[in-house]
Design a protein around this ligand. Structure first.
Ligand code: PEP
Length: 252
């Protein structure tokens, strides 16, 4: 059975002390009441080592929100996949629409990042999703398929085991507009069919596909109740332990 996952993406929020406080609170809450799904928190680079150490005996895994598309060397300010791995983090979020849009990350760059992340033993949460304009033109399937083909469909079936897909319609991220559960299910099923075309149905059935975009405690049960939605990638609602826990509880 594929994994059910609730993953947080803190983005550029929380200084180190605030991040440690939030991770500590989550650790305590989930130690008192074990989750029914895998739980991951995506933190800024500067938190990774401290938070990974803090959570090492807990049920919470740690993710970076990015890594470089180069192995090492003269790339001032960049953080390599190997460096991320050395902090104790297990995952890296790649392909987030904010990185694609504000930092001009291309499918080719993302392919390089994915390859380096996997080569360094990280698992990848790979984000795809269409803009409002693309949705209005009914291009969501073509966009998602092209984003997968451009950056992850070159992987072997063995490498694919370390990929989690996050479908995040850009028009729903941080806007308060959630895709309806039916809209989300329709595209999740399509994404799974794309995975099946490349890797076969068995691999597709084992692939976790998360929904992201204004997911909260109030809408998570309906979203997660759909057969092809295996959890969520959560932005805003991952910044408070109680809000994040309410989403995790949707799997109960
Ligand atoms: C995200 O950016 O990954 C996200 C899903 O954000 P939010 O939950 O705030 O819409």
């Amino acid at each position: 059975m594929r994994k059910h996952i609730v993953a947080g993406n803190w983005k550029m929020n929380k200084n180190l002390q605030e991040g440690v406080a939030l991770a500590t609170e989550l650790k305590e809450i989930l130690a008192a009441e074990a989750p029914n799904c895998d739980v991951i928190i995506g933190t800024p680079f500067i938190h990774l080592a401290t938070v990974s150490e803090l959570l090492k005996d807990s049920c919470i895994a740690v993710s970076a929100e990015n890594c470089a598309n180069h192995d090492k060397g003269a790339y001032t300010g960049e953080v390599s996949a190997e460096m991320v791995k050395s902090t104790g983090a297990e995952y890296v979020i790649l392909g987030h629409s904010e990185r694609r849009e504000y930092y001009a990350e291309t499918p080719e760059m993302l392919k390089e990042k994915v390859d380096l992340a996997l080569a360094n033993g990280l698992k990848v949460i790979f984000c795809i999703g269409e803009s409002l304009e693309q949705r209005e033109n009914n291009e969501q399937e073509a966009v998602c398929k092209a984003e997968l083909a451009g950056s992850v469909f070159h992987l072997s079936a063995e490498q694919w085991k370390n990929i989690v897909i996050a479908y995040e319609p850009i028009w729903a991220i941080g806007t308060g507009k959630t895709a309806t559960a039916e809209q989300a299910e329709e595209i999740h099923a399509f994404i799974r069919s794309c995975v099946a075309e490349v890797y076969g149905q068995e691999v597709a059935d084992e692939t976790s596909i998360l929904y992201g975009g204004s997911c909260k405690g109030s809408n998570a049960p309906e979203l997660f109740g759909k057969p092809d939605i295996d959890g969520g990638l959560i932005g805003g609602a991952s910044l408070k332990a109680a809000d994040f826990k309410a989403i995790i509880d949707a799997w109960k």
